[in-house]
Design a protein around this ligand. Structure first.
Ligand code: SF4
Ligand code: SF4
Length: 469
């Protein structure tokens, strides 16, 4: 059966949203508790993600966070390496690589990130929804509880659920803050008087409120109405994109099963189990829809049905529109190859930049607007300014030496001492015998030493008087 015929079976589904009633109000979704192999895999994967989300801010190396995204102070720590304002080109490239990988991943595998790795789905489906199932029961019990009068039992269940939800929202908000300000600062916000941390305390309250609102009420609206990534699906996916798909070739014409008659219909018995488990309230048999977050609950539900009626699993499965239409398997398209090449190039440049990144950034410039200065004993000098950026957590003492020519370096001011993650600007004079100069511009190699160990040579020039030919 061709898609056109499918459309005629479900005429009108593209004109409505599964989460909106005919009068425009919200249609509350009560998805059935999912179970099956994909749900089990998602559970394991979600546990790993939750451990990462909650555990990473606690991990420290030599007393410093392993990961930190301090957008307020523009300080980022990735895998123990500090990135500051001076590293924005690396961060920008990292962001581009991340965006391209998302585009590539979406072009090939659709919205699988949403169902499996997005924090919104992980928290909602694997934490909050499970607590709801535990307190209020499966979908039918939840529905009945919501329309039941406010008895003591209902009040108890609702209060228990809301207080657990709010406590979890506070925990998530604190974790979120820990990723931004670090656990030490977070601990101060929690333990010290509120008046000392009004900003942090307000942020914690706002985040807690927002998370509670999203997970207790807003839920699938975030994916369907708000998420910009969800909006982009239409332009990122094509007919070769692997999505959660209903095999209409196999399934249609659908129809109830009748054990007394020989079946001349397709494999879909129109049981609507796939619809009952859908957290966004759609019928996957209508084709790929914007609301689908690729959570795979409908695959599990349909596989159970197929097992029961002795038909092969996979009536609903991971497949592209073309895979279903032509009964083919996944294949690489020109677009996928193109995206992969771009992504590989960006990643290569990113890794090279990180590998070549020096712990101390050095810029040496001859003082602008100045030529050479005459000094006693037939010597001349040039004035230089040097900017040093310490990208480490350590205090660093720096020495400088001339590497390619005899001469003296005189630092103006005190020794060069760099504070952790700090920028230092120093001026110094290079003094040389006139007799050593053979040209107006003499190339200089300045060696930079950290604790007696040379970690780099930086080029500049020494300006002298015009030479006699
Ligand atoms: S669960 Fe499978 S058989 Fe039942 S309605 Fe959905 S696609 Fe058809
Ligand atoms: S259609 Fe299937 S995969 Fe998509 S959101 Fe619904 S249950 Fe999840």
């Amino acid at each position: 059966m061709q898609p056109k015929q499918i459309e005629s079976l479900n005429a009108g589904y593209r004109d409505t949203l599964g989460i909106v009633t005919d009068d425009g109000s919200r249609k509350v979704i009560y998805p059935r508790k999912p179970k099956g192999r994909f749900y089990n895999m998602r559970t394991v994967f979600s546990l790993a993600l939750l451990a990462f989300m909650f555990g990473m801010p606690i991990v420290k190396i030599s007393g410093h966070p392993f990961m930190l995204f301090n957008i307020i102070d523009r300080k980022f720590i990735l895998f123990g390496m500090v990135f500051g304002p001076h590293d924005y080109f690396i961060l920008a490239l990292g962001f581009i690589a991340f965006t391209v990988s998302i585009i590539l991943f979406t072009a090939v595998f659709g919205r699988i990130f949403c169902g499996w790795a997005c924090p919104q789905t992980v928290f909602l489906e694997m934490v909050f929804r499970r607590i709801e199932f535990w307190i209020e029961g499966d979908y039918l019990r939840q529905k009945m509880l919501n329309i039941a009068p406010w008895t003591g039992k209902k009040i108890f269940k609702k209060l228990l659920k809301w207080s657990i939800f709010f406590s979890l929202s506070i925990l998530i908000a604190n974790t979120f803050l820990a990723w931004i300000v670090g656990t030490d600062e977070l601990l101060k916000i929690i333990t010290e008087p509120v008046s000392l941390h009004m900003g942090g305390f307000t942020a914690m309250l706002i985040f807690s409120g927002v998370f509670y609102f999203i997970f207790a009420w807003f839920r699938e609206y975030a994916c369907i109405y708000v998420c910009p990534y969800g909006r982009l699906q239409g332009v990122l996916m094509d007919k070769n994109t692997t999505v959660i798909a209903y095999d209409y070739i196999r399934g249609e014409p659908r129809g109830k099963i009748n054990k007394s008659e020989e079946r001349d219909l397709g494999d879909c018995i129109d049981c609507k189990e796939c619809v009952a488990v859908c957290p966004t309230g759609i019928d996957i048999r209508n084709g790929t829809q914007l609301e689908c977050v690729n959570c795979t609950a409908c695959i599990d539900a349909c596989d159970v049905v197929m097992d029961k009626i002795n038909r092969p699993r996979g009536l609903v499965r991971f497949a592209s529109e073309n895979n279903i239409k032509d009964s083919t398997k996944f294949r690489l398209t020109g677009r996928v190859i193109g995206y992969s090449v771009v992504l590989a190039l960006i990643t290569f440049v990113l890794i090279a930049l990180i590998a070549m990144r020096m712990p101390i950034d050095v810029t040496i410039l001859r003082a602008p607007g100045m030529i050479y200065q005459e000094q006693p004993d037939n010597k001349i000098s040039n004035l230089y300014s040097m900017k040093l950026t310490n990208k480490t957590f350590d205090e660093v003492f720096v020495n400088i030496k001339l590497e390619n020519i005899d001469g003296e370096i005189k630092i103006i001011g005190n020794e060069i001492k760099l504070q952790p993650n700090d920028v230092n600007e120093t001026k110094f004079l290079v003094i040389m015998d006139k007799s050593k100069l053979t040209a107006m511009n003499t190339p200089l190699e300045v060696g930079i030493y950290r604790g007696g160990t040379k970690f780099g040579i930086f080029m500049t020039t020494f300006l002298g008087p015009p030479q006699q030919k």
